[in-house]
Ligand binder design. Structure first.
Ligand SMILES: [Mg+2]
Length: 260
């Protein structure tokens, strides 16, 4: 059983007084110690080590240097050569595999796989500006507005791959993250650039996906379930290709942007 002692309040005051005195003595002692440390320059073990020359943080790339490197990679022809190299591998696989399988098909991404949009990115200093109008002469150029202008240019090796597929009787499916709202203009752009296809599969405007994989892999599965053998999938983003339902995947370079 507990109760309040009649002397509790005076005792509490006494305790408080003693505690205050103890705090004062402790602060004084700490002050003396700090003063002593400052005076004699003690505690060398705790002195921060001087950073070694090779421990400096990595320099942040300068924006203009990065822009120049991208332009140089594309303008020098190295980008085109890398695209041609990858698509040649895809074409060799297509030639070998298409006659061997039932209902052969290829699946291709559109942007930076079948159609090049570098003109729109270049005027933005290679930035990916999604919204807003597109002034493709002076910039800025919003990519959605650019897509609505049907200004994409055929990536020649991909166009030849599609033509080869048609000759071999291989079904061609474009599978793109572009929304269905731009179907008419996208198909017009593809047609004007010489492409032929069986179907353009576009992102439903009422659905959201965390990754391109979550949209594209199930769409490929749907084609497989319909009896197609997808002998290859071609894209400029890893998310175009991951998730299975294609015999082989071929990844094109994209030095400008990344899509999850
Ligand atoms: Mg793409």
């Amino acid at each position: 059983m507990s109760g309040t002692h009649p002397n509790a309040r005076p005792r509490a005051r006494l305790d408080a007084a003693e505690a205050g005195a103890r705090r004062t003595r402790r602060r004084a002692a700490i002050g003396v110690l700090l003063l002593a440390a400052a005076t004699v320059g003690c505690a060398p073990a705790r002195r921060p080590a001087r950073p070694a020359a090779d421990a400096r943080p990595a320099p942040v790339p300068a924006l203009y240097d990065t822009q120049r490197r991208i332009a140089d990679y594309i303008d020098s022809g190295r980008y085109d050569a890398e695209v041609a190299r990858v698509v040649a591998q895809a074409a060799a696989w297509l030639d070998r595999r298409a006659p061997e399988v039932r209902k052969p098909a290829i699946v291709l991404d559109i942007d930076e796989t079948a159609l090049s949009n570098w003109r729109a990115y270049r005027v933005n200093g290679w930035a990916r500006i999604t919204n807003g109008p597109c002034d493709v002469e002076r910039g800025p150029c919003g990519i959605h507005a650019w897509q609505a202008m049907a200004g994409g240019v055929a990536i020649a090796p991909t166009l030849r791959l599609v033509e080869r597929a048609r000759v071999l009787g291989v079904a061609v499916f474009f599978l793109t993250g572009r929304p269905t709202e731009v179907r008419e203009v996208t198909e017009r752009n593809l047609r004007e650039q010489g492409f032929d296809w069986d179907r353009v599969i576009m992102l439903p405007s009422d659905r959201r996906f965390r990754s391109g994989v979550d949209f594209k892999a199930p769409e490929r599965k749907r084609l497989v379930d319909a009896g197609y053998t997808i002998v290859l999938s071609l894209g400029d983003q890893q998310s175009d290709l991951d998730g299975g339902h294609a015999e082989r995947t071929f990844k094109l370079p994209n030095p400008v942007y990344y899509l999850p």
